[in-house]
Design a protein around this ligand. Sequence first.
Ligand code: ADP
Length: 184
Amino acid sequence: MTRVVLVGPPGAGKGTQATALSREFGVPHISTGDLFRAHIANNTELGQDVKRYLDSGQLVPDEVTNEMVRERLDEPDARGGFLLDGFPRNVGQAEVLGKILGDAGTSVDAVVEFKIDEDVVVERLLARGRDDDNEEVIRRRQQIYRSETEPLLDYYGTAVITVDAVGDVDEITQRVLSALRDRT
Ligand code: ADP
C-alpha cells in the first residue's frame, strides 16, 4: 500500500496529512502544487509558463503537468512508492498516471478521499493566506475540483477509501492509517 493518491478539495489538509504519512511509510510526498511553486520561486522556464495558471486558480495544462510528474516518478526515491498530492486532478491525468505506472509494472494501490464541507475549507484557505488564496481564486479552485477532480472517485471505484477530514491533524492521520490497514 505504498503507491497512494490523495484526493480532496483545496484546503482539505492533504498536504499536512501527506507529510505525516510520508514519514510513516518512508515514501516521498509528491505535491504538484509544491513542485510548481518551487519552479516559480526559482524562476525556471516552466515556472514562468505556469505562474498565471496558479495565480488565477486554473489547472496547468495536462502536457506540462504530466511530463513534470513523469520525471518526478522516475527518480529513484519514488520507485518503491509515493504519496501523490494534487495529482491526478482530472481523468486524463489519471489515465496518464496509469500508463506511467503500468510501464513500470506497478499500479495505484489506494486512493484516499478527504471528505470535507466546502464552507469549512473556504474558511481555512482564507486564514492560510497563500498568494493564490483570495476568495475569487479559492472559489474557482473549488469549482474545478467539483467538475474535474471529483469524477476521479468514480474512475478509481473500489480503490477509493473515504476519510472524514474534519478534526485534529493526528486524529485524521490515524483514520487514514487504519483505513489503509483495513484494506490490506
Ligand atoms: P490547492 O489544493 O489548495 O488547490 P495545490 O498546491 O494542490 O493547492 O495547487 C495549487 C495550484 O497548482 C492549482 O490551483 C493549479 O493551478 C496547480 N496544480 C496543482 N496540481 C495540478 C495538476 N495536477 N494539474 C494541473 N494544475 C495543477
